[in-house]
Write a protein that binds this ligand. Structure first.
Ligand code: PHE
Length: 344
């Protein structure tokens, strides 16, 4: 008995010390210890000699001995596998193409806004920005829209606080007011930014949207300068064949005021559903800066004149990419956004 126990112990040590660096050596282990004529089988055969009252206990010992041998064999094989993996000697095909990393895309409004800004930069306009929460003075009063002026109803305002009035700016003309406050003419700026109006959300209206407004104040600035500036913009944005036309309009901060249409980008002017069969689509409001507004900033309106214009980025984007529902811009639907991969 004693002898048998000692023999088991020695074999265990031998197995534990056994090393295999290739498949043949692992196989040699299997044959030597686990084969039909192997050491483990041999020792199991000794069971016969064990007295009956010790057979149960001894049987368990032999079983765990056999398991030990099997586990050791598995460990040797696994060791070979992981060594193989480390050395790269597997059947992995390194020439397969890798997984592409998905790259985000710019939002269509950012693309168009950037393009608008770069066109006006070519004409020497600088970018000016201001706060989205405004006071009454910068959004209305300074722009020749005093309290109770009926034109205030043109823009449904979100008021945050009444008296003193704080509101969400309804146009980026508020930035023009902030610049004229600090800077003397010549002033040549564009004001891109988000604006808010209390409108019911639908395909054609939203409670927020984006504008690019422009202001040029200097000596001898004329309506002809305004027209040429906007014509340049339209041709850069929509191509050389695009035409423009002006219609008289009204804004409190400009006199005279106009709205500008461009020839329909879908039908080229022959008439379609986008232009409601007129051949023209409206894109902006503009005019010569009202003398009253210049005086509000202590600018001599006999010496200086200026023009201003304002347009919606969503509208330009709609004409450029044929987007017919304003809600798409803010729904974050990846199927919509993904279409602008590679644009600009
Ligand atoms: N601020 C006007 C609007 O938001 C647009 C505009 C700007 C019109 C400048 C004329 C001159 O509707």
């Amino acid at each position: 008995m004693e002898q048998l126990l000692q023999q088991i112990e020695e074999v265990k040590q031998e197995m534990a010390a056994f090393e295999a660096t290739n498949n043949e050596q692992a196989e040699a282990f299997r044959i030597k210890f686990l084969g039909t004529k192997g050491v483990v089988k041999g020792i199991m055969g000794e069971m016969m000699q064990v007295p009956v009252d010790q057979k149960k206990e001894f049987g368990q010992l032999l079983n765990s001995f056999k398991t030990f041998a099997e586990e050791r064999y598995e460990a040797l094989k696994n060791g070979l596998q992981s060594a193989e993996e480390q050395s790269g000697a597997t059947d992995f095909d390194w020439t397969l193409p890798g997984d592409a990393t998905p790259v985000g895309t710019r939002h269509p409004l950012s693309l168009v806004r950037n393009q608008m800004v770069s066109i006006f930069k070519k004409l020497g306009f600088a970018v000016a920005e201001g706060p989205e929460i405004e006071d009454d003075w910068h959004n209305f009063t300074a722009l020749n829209l005093p309290e109770h002026h009926p034109a205030r109803d043109m823009q449904d305002t979100f008021y945050l606080h009444k008296n003193p009035d704080f509101l969400l700016r309804t146009h980026t003309s508020s930035v023009q007011a902030r610049v004229l406050e600090k800077q003397k003419p010549p002033v040549r700026i564009i004001c891109p930014g988000r604006v808010y109006r209390n409108e019911t959300i639908s395909a054609r209206a939203h409670c927020f949207f984006h504008q690019v407004e422009g202001l040029y104040v200097d000596e001898h600035v004329s309506f002809a300068d305004l027209k040429q500036t906007l014509y340049f913009f339209v041709q850069e944005m929509f191509g050389k064949e695009a035409k423009i036309r002006f219609r008289p309009s009204y804004f409190p901060f400009t006199e005279p005021s106009a709205e500008m249409d461009i020839s329909c980008t879908v039908c080229g002017g022959s008439g379609c559903s986008l232009c409601k069969h007129t051949g023209w689509v409206e894109i902006l409001g503009c005019g010569m800066v009202h003398p009253k507004m210049l005086e509000n900033f202590n600018i001599d309106s006999n010496k200086f004149t200026g023009f201003a214009f304002g347009m919606g980025v969503e509208r330009i984007c709609q004409l450029k990419y044929r987007i017919n529902d304003l809600r798409l811009y803010s729904q974050n639907d990846i199927r919509f956004l993904r279409q602008f991969t590679g644009a600009l």
